[in-house]
Each structure stands twice: as C-alpha cells, then as structure tokens.
Design a protein around this ligand. Structure first.
Ligand code: CDP
Ligand code: MG
Length: 737
C-alpha cells in the first residue's frame, strides 16, 4: 500500500497550498491553471476542506462521468473515508452522496440542472468548474449561470480550473479575475512525426498504423508505458486485439535472433494491454491506474479521456493518432452526430505532454509536421459545432429562455439564433413567450434534427403510424442513398436490370413509402446481403438504419410515446391471369397518415410541378413575410427530381405519368449544377394548408415577427402578441397534447 499522504506532498500543487487558500479567500472568481496531473482536481478541493473550516460544501464539475467517479474514489481514499460520506459523486442515475458530504464531484450536467432549479446554489459555498478548457455545451452554459448566481450571492466562491489553454478568455469573462498558475514540473518530450503521412490519408487506417507504431515502440524502446490515443470503443477494442496478436507472435519467436536484436529492453518483454473509454466497467478502469507489475509494460489504448481528464501513471511513450470522435453537426443529414475528426494543435500538445510527466518521454505523431501546421490552433467549443437548431432547443430545455441576452463566453451568431427560434416556433417546440413546450421537450430527447423529431412525435400521437415512420426516418436520417446506381459502363442490360429492380420496389406515392417497401422486403428476405446486392439496394443503409431504429425505439419508450402500426386499407387490384382477367383485393399500409406525419416537420419543403414541364417550383406560403421560414434555400430555383427518386422512375419516356404529379414534399435539396430534391413524395396541398405548421406561419405573420423574431423571447414581443393570444394558445395546447 503506497503512502497516500506522502504522495500528496509530492504533487506540484502542494507547495502552493497556502497561496491558493489565500487567493480563494480573497477573490470571488479565480482561474487556476496547471499541467494535467499536477493535483488540481484531487488536491485543491481537499486543501479547501482542510484549511477553510468555514466552508460548508464544495461542488466540483467534470465533463466526463468516468472522471467524476475515479477522482472521488481517489480523494475519499486520500481522506481515509468511505466513498459517499464526506466525499462523494453524483452522475445521472447514480448518486453516491449523503447528508454528510462536504466534497461532491459531479458532471457539469448535474450542476447545470441544480442551477436551473436553485439559481442561488444555496447548498454550496464553493463551486469549481473543472476541465473548463473542454468547453462542453453544459460548461459554457454553467459559466453564464454562475455569473448570474454571483450577482445574487457574492459570497459564493467560483473557481475555474483548466489545462493551460485559452485562460485569458475565462478571466475576461469572469470580471477579469486573477489567474493562478501552478508551474509545471514536466520533463522534455521528444516529438516524432510520421513525415510522409498526410492526416487526410491517415483517416482510413489510423488504427492499424497506431498498433504498428505501439508495437515498434514496444520492441525497440526502453522500459516505460505506452499510451495510444484513438477515438472510440470500436477502434480501441480492435487495436487491443491486434496488438495482443502481434505480441503473441513475438513471444512465439522469442528465440529467434532477429527479435532478440530488436529487443532493446529485456525487462519489459511482456505487456499488459488496457482499453480505456468512458463506458467501460469501473473495475476494469481501475486496473489502468495501477502501476504495471515488474517485467511488464503497460499499453493503454484510450479515448480523449486520457488527454486531460485522468492521469495514468508511468506513461513514457505516447502515440497520437491525430483523430478524435466528437459531436459535430453534419450538414448532409441535418443531424448532430459523433464524427471522427482531426484534432487541434492544442489537443496534440496536450497528448504529447502525457509522455513527460515523470521522466523525459517521446511522442509519436502518426501524421506529418506539415499536417500539424494545418490543424486549427484550438478545439471549437461544442456550442459552435452543434446545429444551432438543436443547440437552441437544448438551451431552452435548460430553461434558458432569453437566449439572445444570455451571457455566453462565445456567443452564437445572433441572426442564426433568430432563425432557429423562428423555426422552433413553427415546429411547435417553443411557445409565443419563447418557453419550451412539452412537444419541444420530447423533440429534444431525440438525437435527430428537430424536423425529423417532430415527425416522429407526430406519428406517435396524432397520426398513429409510428412503427412505419420510425423505419422511414431511420433510413432517411442516414447518409446513404437507399438504391445503388450502376455505372453506365456496366452496359445497358445492367442499367435496365437495376431500373427494373427499383421499379418493382417503388411505391406510387414516392420515396417515403418506397423506403418502407424496401425495408419490409429486406426483412422478409432475412436481411440478406445477397438480396440487397441482387436488388441494387444499399445493404449498409439498411443495416445502419436498423441500429438507428432500435435506438430511437428506446427513446420512444423512455418518453412513453406509443409504437403504433399504421392502419391498413383494402385496395382493389386488377391483375391478369392466364384464364382471363381477375380482380383481387389486397391490404396495404395507408400512406396518408405517414405522409401527413412527415409534413408536420417538412411542410415548408413543398413544391409543385409546372404544367407540362418536368421541373418543380418551391411553394412558399410565407413568401410575403419577407423572412424565409423554410429550411431549404430553394425558394426561387427550379427543382429537379433526383434520378434515384422513386417518382422519377415512374415517369415513362413520354412523361405521361409525369402529369399525374402535382404537389410534392421533399426532405432535402442538394446543389450540383442544378437544385435536386431528395426524399420526395406526392402530397395534397390541402394537407399542408390544414396542417398546424401552416397555421403557425400565419400566426408568425400576423404577429409581424419579421425582422424582430428574436424578440420572441422578450417582454415587448409578449405585449405585441397579447392581442391574438387566443388562437395561438389554442393551437399551442392541441400541439402539445
Ligand atoms: O487535475 P490534475 O490533472 O491537475 O491532477 P489530478 O487529477 O488531481 O491528479 C494528481 C495526481 O493524482 C496524479 O499524479 C495522478 O496520478 C493521481 N491520481 C491517481 O492516482 N488516481 C486518480 N483516480 C486520480 C489521480
Ligand atoms: Mg484534473
């Protein structure tokens, strides 16, 4: 058992204990920076506990759950108390605190919820926002709220702790408060770049390159543990497997001279391989933080969690893949998704720094120094990389009603906020006072664009077809086209064959119902890859959709939204048999409620076909409002059907069937050399006109929101709207029932 009390005195923060306490006593706001591992998270709260008896309770936030758990465990050990007594943690669904808890570690999301409920934060005497440089959406909002709390409660101590980045900004935001810097006690780290590797070309194979590099280090470098930065559970598990296999092979050939020659350090022939990511079981996580046994080299494959949140002892070599998985807005799907993207220079510096904590180290970057030079200097805060519509809705969910006047450390663009507010109002997610509705809360629970979330909620509560709509939405939410197009080089026969397959699966109303047809036929064929291939269907699109669908179903269950099958209708089909003509009745899914559900989100994406022509023009019920409310920028251009659209298939050469199309709804417009609609189905204009969205556009117009839509949140707007509040509020209640 190591002597924890002794260890504590060796940390860089220790010699500044008294200065820190003095500074905290003196200032309401204080920014504290220091290298990762210097003792900020574990020690400073303990100093306050030990030296400031007047302090009631300390709250410390962490962006990651895993950090809140591991740190509170460590600190309770150092305080020689059992976890949950004086020291505890709270994360969602897991509260390990009690009435005696004086030091509480928690996620930033937990404190945010507490701050919304109790703006005075009365239970705390000190609040510490840790890992502030991570700039999560929650941390950014907390900053604004804490500033408000300070005005109400000047006695509250607010500390911001961060790795050594961007701190002037924090200080400026908190009334130019002092910055307390804990000098680093780090050793030099030699940086090695993979000079011939551009980061763009690395993207497809960074996992195996990282494994090879780690193996190279293991076989050629002296003792010292290895930390490899990858992006997520899947690639980490894969890397652990590949690296383990390589080591087994190596042990096999131990006697072979060749390997002996390359083995620099005989003391670390064996390896202990650890994965480290946020969703691993706690016990497994714990082993990573213990020193490797003698004769073993610890090799850790980790996500960004090891960058600044947790410190793994003994690391001397770092392998930086150059990539991270982070929440980003994907303009192609309109969705916020976890995307693998290249890191910033600041992140690369932090990663390399992990190698020099206890001795001189070495960082292997899998990309060239030129690629490094082209990286953005800093990581973009989450608030600026999520879709604004989802972000604004999330802020409303946190009860930040007046978004334009909220104090953000980095303000979102004002006109874009106003547009987002207008959209959210039209979708029924916020009311005339800018307050989130029950519908908006439900929409916020889906990881989809608010448009698609609106569709799903509506299919469950108004149109009774959520089973089918979920399927269609899952496919449309993805990035893939449902059908594969043969290249003309494959010959006319192949092209004709593909056309035939598509036609067989197509539904006469268009893409939405066609998606359903394809999905059901695929399921009837045991989700076979072969069936997909033979029918020119994109198998991957369906497999992805299946996983998306089951996640959405879980959310529906949480929200207690019913899963209902659409009604079936009987259709008479005249067929031809050998013995003459016959009529048969078939039961089919009724397309009407399904398409109406989609219109609740996409009623501004409506076009109609110019008579006798093959192009469509956008129908804009809001044209005269000046400000465009539709979420495509297609108002004035001629719109074309995408060649893979089900409807475009059903036009025969003479375009006779074309004339049967009048009004369509589309999901998205892409611009190549012309504006092309995707996800298109036939609708009736009456459905649009009688829809709630359309009604809301009228409300927006009569309230003259144009140019002032931001004021949707302000008192003035409320007064303006007071006159016609009756129809508005009745529409509201029916929306959110
Ligand atoms: O917050 P900061 O990065 O400045 O440091 P810290 O998290 O307080 O860590 C200080 C020291 O405690 C490091 O040397 C860690 O190795 C050690 N520590 C630990 O052994 N186990 C933990 N769960 C957390 C920290
Ligand atoms: Mg820390």
């Amino acid at each position: 058992m190591p002597d924890l009390a002794q260890d504590r005195m060796l940390l860089p923060t220790y010699e500044f204990k008294q200065d820190l306490i003095d500074a905290i006593r003196e200032h309401a706001f204080l920014v504290i920076i220091g290298e990762t591992g210097s003792g900020k998270t574990t020690q400073i709260p303990q100093y306050i506990l030990e030296e400031m008896p007047e302090i009631k309770k300390i709250g410390v936030t962490q962006p990651r759950r895993i950090a809140a758990i591991t740190v509170s465990k460590r600190v309770s050990e150092e305080q020689v108390t059992s976890l949950g007594k004086e020291v505890g943690y709270t994360i969602r669904f897991d509260d390990r605190t009690s009435s005696t808890t004086r030091l509480k570690y928690m996620t930033d999301g937990i404190l945010l919820r507490e701050a919304v409920q109790d703006p005075m934060l009365n239970q705390y005497s000190v609040v510490i926002v840790d890992e502030a440089h991570e700039r999560t959406l929650e941390t950014d909002v907390l900053f604004g709220l804490l500033k408000q709390t300070h005005r109400l409660r000047p006695d509250l101590k607010i500390l911001v702790m961060s790795a050594t980045l961007d701190v002037e900004k924090f200080s400026d935001f908190f009334d130019e408060c002092p910055i307390f810097e804990i000098p680093g006690r780090t050793f030099p780290v030699q940086i090695v770049h993979h000079q011939s590797m551009k980061i763009q070309s690395l993207k497809s194979n960074f996992v195996s390159t990282a494994v090879e590099t780690a193996f190279y280090i293991h076989t050629t470098e002296k003792s010292g543990d290895i930390l490899v930065f990858l992006t997520g559970q899947a690639d980490i598990e894969r890397a652990c497997q590949e690296f383990g296999d390589k080591c087994k092979e190596l042990n096999y050939s131990r006697d072979v001279k060749y390997y002996e020659a390359e083995y620099r350090d005989d003391d670390v022939r064996d390896v202990a391989i650890y994965p480290l990511y946020a969703s691993l079981e706690t016990m497994e996580q714990r082993a990573v933080f213990e020193p490797a046994r003698p004769g073993k080299r610890k090799v850790v494959f980790a996500t960004n969690v090891a960058q600044t949140s947790v410190t793994i002892p003994g690391i001397k070599y770092v392998v930086d893949s150059g990539f991270v998985k982070e929440k980003s807005y994907d303009p192609n799907t309109g969705m916020d998704a976890l995307l693998v993207t290249s890191i910033s220079q600041a992140a690369a510096t932090q990663r390399a720094g992990r190698a020099g904590r206890t001795a001189p180290g070495k960082a292997y970057r899998l990309y060239s120094s030129d690629s490094y030079d082209h990286m953005p200097p800093d990581t973009v805060p989450e608030i600026q990389r999520s879709s604004l519509l989802s972000t604004v809705l999330a802020l409303k969910r946190m009860n930040i009603v007046d978004i334009l006047h909220f104090e953000f450390i980095d303000k979102p663009d004002e006109t874009l906020v106003m547009k987002a507010l207008t959209q959210l109002f039209l979708l029924g997610a916020i009311d005339h006072n800018g307050v989130i509705t029950d519908l908006g809360k439900q929409m916020n629970s889906f990881p989809l664009s608010p448009y698609l979330s609106r569709v799903i909620v509506s299919s469950a509560i108004e149109h009774e077809c959520s089973e089918e709509v979920l399927t269609i939405a899952s496919v449309l939410a993805g990035d893939h086209d449902l059908f594969r197009a043969p290249s003309p080089r494959q010959g006319e026969d192949v092209v004709a064959e593909a056309e035939k397959c598509k036609l067989k699966l197509a539904h006469h109303t268009g893409d939405h119902m066609t998606v359903l047809n394809v999905w059901r036929t695929w399921r009837d064929n045991d989700e076979s890859k072969r069936w997909s291939r033979d029918n020119w269907v994109n198998h991957k699109a369906l497999v992805t959709a299946k996983s998306v669908r089951s996640q959405l179903i879980d959310i529906m269950k949480d929200l207690k939204l019913p899963l209902v099958r659409a009604r079936r209708i009987e259709i008479e089909k005249s067929g031809r048999k050998k013995d003459g003509r016959s009529r048969e009745t078939v039961r089919e899914v009724d397309a009407v409620p399904i398409l109406k559900s989609f219109l609740t989100g996409y009623y501004t994406n409506v076009a109609n076909k110019a008579t006798g022509r093959s192009v469509f023009s956008h129908y804009s019920p809001d044209q005269h409002f000046g400000e465009k409310t539709s979420h495509s920028s297609s108002a004035l251009v001629a719109l074309h059907l995408h060649p893979l659209c089900a409807l475009s298939d059903m036009f025969d050469r003479n375009k006779t069937k074309y004339s049967q199309i009048d009004w369509v709804m589309y999901m998205q417009v892409t611009y190549t050399n012309k504006a092309v609609m995707k996800g298109v189905s036939k609708i009736l204009l009456d459905w649009v006109r009688s829809g709630k969205g359309h009604e809301r556009i009228r409300q927006l117009a009569s309230a003259n929101l144009n140019g002032e839509s931001a004021k949707i949140t302000s008192k003035k707007r409320k007064q303006l709207l007071a006159d016609d509040s009756t129809p508005a509020s009745s529409a509201e209640s029916s929306d959110t029932d």
